[in-house]
Design a protein around this ligand. Structure first.
Ligand code: SF4
Ligand code: SF4
Length: 277
C-alpha cells in the first residue's frame, strides 16, 4: 500500500506525520521523501547510506551544420527552452523538460539528445525503515522527473509512505498520483484552511481517496473541524498543540521517540488509513 502525506502549504507538520507514521509501522516500510527541493526526513531518521543514483533527463543538442534555422523547434517547445533569432536556436537547459518533441519535429534531423544531470536518489536504512530521498541539484527547477525516479524505488508489494512537497502544484500532483491514499495535514489557522481547500480541490480532481490530519489542533477549532463536517471529510487524527513535539522536532527527534505516549496515536492513524483506503 502506498500512502502519500501532503499539505496545502509548508510548515504544517507533514514530515512529522510521515516520519512518525513510518516509525509506528510494525513491519518493514519505505519512506520516500519526494520533497526533492528540500528533503528533510533524513534529519529524523539517521541511517546508513547504502546507495546513491544519479538521475538525468535527455535534452536536445543542435548540430549547427545541419540546422537550417527554420525555427520549427522553438515554435514547438511549450516551455520556451529554444529561442530562434535568425541562426540555430539558442537552448536554455534550465527550461527544458526533456519531452523529446523538438528532436522528433526537426525536419533536418539536426537535433540529438544528450543527458543532463538533475539530481540524485539516495537510499539509506534506519532499522526497519528504508529511506529513499531525491535531492535536486542546485539551480535545477525540474522536480517531477526526480520525484518519478524516487517513486521507481518503491516496493510494489510493501508498505510505503510518500512525503510530498508542500502546495498543490505539479510536484505534488506527480507525488500523489502514485499513491493509493493521501493524508492531508493541516492546521487550524486561516492560512491552513485556505490551503486545505486548495488541496482538497486538487485531490477531488485527481480522484484519489484522502483523509485529514489536524496538526497543532485546538479544543475549540472554529475553522478546520466545521469545514471538514460541511464537506463530509474524514478527520483521521488530531495532533495536539504540544510544545514538547516542537522541541523534539527542533532537536531532530521524532515525536514518538521523544514522547512514547504518542506512539498509540500514530499506530491508530496508520490503522485508520488502511481501513479508509
Ligand atoms: S527544427 Fe531543426 S532545423 Fe529547424 S531550427 Fe530547429 S534544429 Fe534547426
Ligand atoms: S525536449 Fe521538449 S522541453 Fe526540451 S527543448 Fe525540446 S521541446 Fe522543449
Amino acid at each position: 500500500m502506498k500512502i502519500a502525506v501532503a499539505s496545502g502549504k509548508g510548515g504544517t507538520g507533514k514530515t512529522t506525520v510521515s516520519v512518525n507514521l513510518a516509525l509506528a509501522a510494525q513491519e518493514p516500510i519505505q519512506l520516500l521523501d519526494c520533497d526533492v527541493e528540500e528533503p528533510n526526513a533524513h534529519i529524523f531518521l539517521k541511517g546508513s547510506e547504502i546507495q546513491e543514483k544519479v538521475v538525468s533527463i535527455l535534452v536536445p543538442e543542435i548540430d549547427k551544420d545541419k540546422c537550417d534555422s527554420c525555427g520549427l523547434c522553438s515554435q514547438f517547445c511549450a516551455f520556451n527552452a529554444l529561442l530562434s533569432c535568425g541562426d540555430a536556436p539558442f537552448f536554455a537547459p534550465e527550461l527544458c523538460h526533456g519531452c523529446g518533441g523538438c528532436k522528433r519535429i526537426c525536419p533536418q534531423k539536426a537535433i540529438r539528445e544528450v543527458e543532463r544531470r538533475i539530481g540524485v536518489v539516495k537510499t539509506s536504512t534506519c532499522g526497519k525503515i528504508s529511506l529513499v530521498q531525491g535531492v535536486l541539484d542546485i539551480g535545477v527547477a525540474l522536480a517531477p522527473p526526480l520525484i518519478r525516479a524516487v517513486q521507481q524505488e518503491v516496493n510494489e508489494n510493501g508498505l510505503a509512505i510518500f512525503d510530498a512537497p508542500p502546495g498543490t502544484s505539479c510536484p505534488v500532483i506527480a507525488t500523489v498520483r502514485g499513491a493509493d491514499f493521501v493524508v492531508l495535514v493541516t492546521e487550524p489557522t486561516p492560512f491552513g484552511l485556505n490551503d486545505l481547500k486548495l488541496a482538497v480541490g486538487m485531490l477531488r480532481e485527481v480522484k484519489i481517496p484522502f483523509g485529514i490530519v489536524i496538526n497543532r489542533a485546538e479544543e475549540n477549532d472554529p475553522l478546520i473541524v466545521p469545514y471538514c463536517a460541511e464537506e463530509k471529510l474524514d478527520v483521521l487524527a488530531k495532533i495536539p498543540d504540544d510544545r514538547r513535539i516542537a522541541e523534539a522536532y527542533a532537536k531532530g527527534t521524532p515525536a514518538i521517540d521523544a514522547l512514547p505516549e504518542y506512539k498509540k496515536a500514530f499506530v491508530s492513524l496508520l490503522q485508520k488509513i488502511r481501513e479508509a483506503a
